[in-house]
Write a protein that binds this ligand. Structure first.
Ligand SMILES: [Zn+2]
Length: 199
């Protein structure tokens, strides 16, 4: 009798583990950290990206796109990013010397402090690799070999609010994207579960 119950328990454990894995695979930045207050202010530097052929080099498109997270207050700014000092600022025309090679965009996640048992984010600026061509939701000339700036910045702002990468293909926090793929503009269940874990 004892052996049978143990066997049944073991089977149950295996099934639960197998189902849990594909459902949610988001990760949080380590140490776990959040902005002290929401909405989180994110500014887009007005010097746009010259490869984006909408009216302002993708600036207005990105201001709109990153609202997808629901806890973001976004607008443009003519002030360049100041590392370590809020607000989190998106720069579309400069790699900040942190995003080269196959990197499309990168977020500086190293600025945070602890208060008691809590850890709070102080700043998280985003830079863009200018060696690639980009397109936006406000471009009207189609897409050929370009990367979607709306989706890329929605991904990066996931890092701004404290998320790491996921193994769920198709989720916005998946670590890579191909040209002319626009799926990162919309958040998937895995992305939202990560956000709801933090906020
Ligand atoms: Zn990433």
């Amino acid at each position: 009798m004892k052996k049978k119950s143990l066997f049944a328990f073991a089977i149950t454990t295996v099934v639960v583990a197998a189902m849990a894995s594909p459902a949610f695979a988001y990760t949080l930045l380590s140490p776990r950290r959040v902005w002290k207050t929401t909405p989180v202010t994110v500014r887009v530097y007005t010097a746009g990206n010259s490869t984006i052929t909408d009216s302002d080099g993708g600036v207005t498109a990105v201001v709109g796109a990153i609202k997808a997270w629901g806890i973001i207050s976004s607008s443009t700014t003519s002030s360049p990013a100041v590392r370590g000092t809020a607000p989190a600022t998106i720069t579309l025309n400069n790699n900040g010397h942190i995003c080269t090679g196959s990197c499309l965009a990168a977020t500086l996640t190293g600025y945070y402090h602890t208060e008691g048992s809590a850890t709070y984010i102080d700043d998280a600026d985003i830079y863009t690799n200018t060696r690639y061509d980009y397109t936006s939701s406000r471009e009207s000339d189609g897409c050929s070999g370009e990367y979607d700036i709306d989706g890329i910045m929605t991904h990066e702002v996931g890092h701004v609010i404290g998320l790491g990468h996921t193994t769920v293909v198709g989720a916005t926090m998946y670590p890579s994207v191909s040209a002319c793929n626009f799926n990162n503009r919309t958040l998937e269940a895995d992305d939202l579960a990560g956000k709801n874990d933090l906020y």
